[in-house]
Design a protein around this ligand. Structure first.
Ligand code: 9MR
Length: 356
């Protein structure tokens, strides 16, 4: 009998080259289907532009069992200036998911970063603001009721430094931070009672202060009766955090007994731009794979009922938000697959952790 772990091991060779920098030379061999070896759903973020891309869709059908819209299910897409809704793109994603037998995950109903002129005009009128807030959640969460398995109801409530919570158009319009979060969960429960309802945030493993604030917020909201039924940790991993930090956070997160979603995993090789990163790429890939392995192992260690899904924020490196915009140097490799659809080292880190 073939030892699956041995089969998965040593997926890349590190070849020395003249500059002292080691080049990562992939060895072509068949890779296991991630969704087949993992005992929980494997998700990916997607955009309508990718649905007709054959390399992308082949990877999705081979390795993934759940889709999240990268941006086309957000208020920025759906809500128009006159308060009307447009659903063409998210409906296409929902239809693709249905046709391909993939679970559909909803992202996101209420996000501090997506203020909207329709709501900004109403901040002085609490009753109308609340009515429009409820209408938005009821319409959007109700649209794919029965198909969407879970919603990020509130996204990124904790402040950037992790010391407190974000004041935003939603807290201003509804008279407080807890008030906007509680109301969003109550409305989402009415609109999509079968969906798992998530409070989703980022840097929870990267920044222990932020992780602790998030955990306190969850505790307080649950005590206040918020129907939070899932906990989302985005896991845009910082590859330089100390070993063990991810494991500690996942254990704390698990203490609520709720389903956990690793909701947006990626792990940038890029430095933060403050200091030049002189380390060879090989060293950065080693850090990356070690942290991704830790996350995947910590997720595997959860009780089965708490393993909601393990989602990466895109499929190939070229699909990543980190490969768009001014900071892109064309070199980053933050996802499971390279531009041609080959498995990156972090694919093998996850596959090794998930292999039975
Ligand atoms: O990857 C997403 C990018 O394409 C969008 O332009 C952006 C704004 O909608 O959102 C990005 O996704 C973010 C996610 O919704 C919340 N967590 C951080 C993600 C990366 O910025």
């Amino acid at each position: 009998m073939i030892d699956r772990r041995a089969f998965l091991a040593a997926p890349v060779a590190l070849a020395a080259c003249g500059s002292g920098e080691a080049a990562v030379v992939p060895i072509e061999r068949p890779v296991p289907s991630l969704k087949s070896i993992a005992p929980f759903p494997i998700g990916a973020a997607c955009m309508t532009g990718q649905l007709s891309d054959r390399v992308w869709s082949n990877l999705v059908s081979e390795h993934f069992s759940q889709l999240t819209a990268d941006w086309e299910m957000k208020m920025e897409y759906i809500l128009q200036r006159d308060g009307s809704f447009r659903f063409d793109a998210p409906d296409r994603i929902a239809a693709f998911a249905r046709d391909q037998n993939l679970r559909l995950f909803g992202h996101t109903l209420i996000w501090y970063a997506q203020s909207h002129p329709w709501f900004e005009a109403l901040t002085g009128d609490r009753a109308r603001f609340a009515a429009e807030y409820d209408r938005y959640i009821a319409t959007v969460a109700g649209r794919w009721r029965g198909q969407v398995v879970g919603w990020d109801v509130v996204n990124e409530a904790v402040s950037e430094d992790g010391q407190g919570l974000r004041d935003c158009v939603w807290s201003q319009g509804l008279g407080g931070i807890d008030a906007y979060i509680l109301r969003a969960f109550e409305q989402a429960k009415l609109a999509a009672p079968e969906a798992v309802l998530f409070l989703n945030d980022y840097n929870l493993e990267n920044n222990p202060v932020k992780g602790a604030t998030y955990l306190r917020l969850v505790e307080r909201l649950l005590k206040a009766g918020a129907p939070i039924t899932g906990l989302g940790t985005q896991s845009h991993l910082d590859i330089d955090i100390p070993a063990g930090q991810i494991t500690v956070f996942m254990r704390e997160l698990a203490q609520f007994g709720l389903p956990i979603h690793v909701s947006e995993l990626d792990a940038s090789l890029r430095d933060d731009g403050r200091l030049p990163d002189l380390r060879p790429r090989r060293q950065r890939i080693e850090r990356q794979t070690a942290r991704v392995a830790e996350l995947a192992e910590a997720f595997m260690a959860l009780p089965r009922a708490q393993q909601f899904a393990f989602t990466t924020w895109g499929v190939r490196d070229i699909d990543s938000w980190l490969r768009r915009g001014d900071k892109d140097d064309g070199q980053d490799s933050p996802l499971l697959f390279d531009a041609k659809g080959g498995a990156n080292p972090m694919f093998h880190a996850a596959a090794n952790a998930f292999a039975p």
